[in-house]
Design a protein. Structure first.
Length: 273
């Protein structure tokens, strides 16, 4: 799973996904959109992967939309197609590169350094966890180009940040630091070396029961908002198949023996409530 725009290596059940356009601060051109979508779809179906680390090569995570390409070949040149959905998906292609990470059934950890603007920030928001350098530069920058954020921000950001904060950042396009982003709820935590920190966290997660991790992501993502009855029923629906399953027993043995767990075939994820 490697091409000109995105590289992927998988080792010890962790997928290392990197935006690979360092000379352009990993700006999003048409090829990058397509490569990110294809990568996420492949990872969605890879049962060997237990965690994903998402990062950018070079000095920045992602500078956002390649505006020249967008006017010539991308969304701005084909605005009429924005309301078209990808087959079987709730998104168009441009939304998919952010939203897709929510559909990957394992935790996705985004490492942010340098610039993380516009579409780059919206991609990062699609991850489960974000680790950034304290001095990284983030922005909901679409207002600069006379646009609104349209890559899933209204799905990913409301559970994280207050509405008035999001409004101020959206209306102004103000650049804020990774340290400020933690205070806003947009970034999980800071680290001087976010990629190393993200890899360490991914390795820790990959050592847990893969069934519990996948079921846990579904629980937290599907039931974070909604009515109490739905949340309580989904807890029970996801817990029932785990109890007494081979991977649950392996996790219990690992906890008692203080040895790494020996995990096997995955349970199928139940449908939503």
């Amino acid at each position: 799973m490697t091409n000109d725009r995105v590289t992927v290596t998988i080792e010890d059940h962790v997928a290392d996904v990197r935006l690979n356009r360092a000379d352009k601060h990993n700006g999003l051109d048409t090829q990058m959109f397509q490569a990110l979508h294809e990568t996420a779809l492949e990872l969605r179906g890879n049962e060997d992967v237990r965690a994903v680390v998402l990062s950018g090569e070079g000095k920045s995570f992602c500078a956002g939309l390649d505006v020249q390409d967008a006017f010539q070949n991308g969304a701005l040149a084909n605005a009429a197609s924005l309301e078209d959905r990808l087959e079987g998906e709730p998104t168009n292609l441009y939304q998919a590169v952010a939203y897709d990470w929510r559909t990957v059934p394992v935790p996705v950890i985004c490492a942010i350094q340098g610039i993380c603007f516009g579409g780059g920030l919206q991609i990062a928001l699609g991850a489960d966890i974000r680790i950034a350098t304290p001095d990284s530069k983030l922005s909901i920058m679409e207002i600069k180009w006379g646009l609104v954020p349209d890559m899933g921000l209204l799905v990913t950001l409301p559970p994280l940040a207050r509405q008035d904060v999001v409004k101020e950042l959206t209306y102004t396009g103000r650049v804020f630091s990774g340290e400020e982003a933690v205070g806003y709820g947009i970034v999980t935590r800071t680290d001087a070396d976010p990629l190393t920190a993200a890899k360490a966290l991914a390795a820790e997660i990959a050592g847990k029961s893969p069934d519990a991790i996948r079921f846990g992501k579904k629980l937290l993502q599907d039931a974070w908002e909604g009515d109490d009855a739905t949340k309580l029923l989904l807890e029970s629906k996801l817990q029932r198949p785990l109890i007494g399953s081979p991977n649950q027993m392996a996790a219990s043995m690992a906890a008692m023996s203080k040895q790494p767990g020996e995990y096997g075939e995955l349970l199928p994820l139940p449908d939503g409530v």
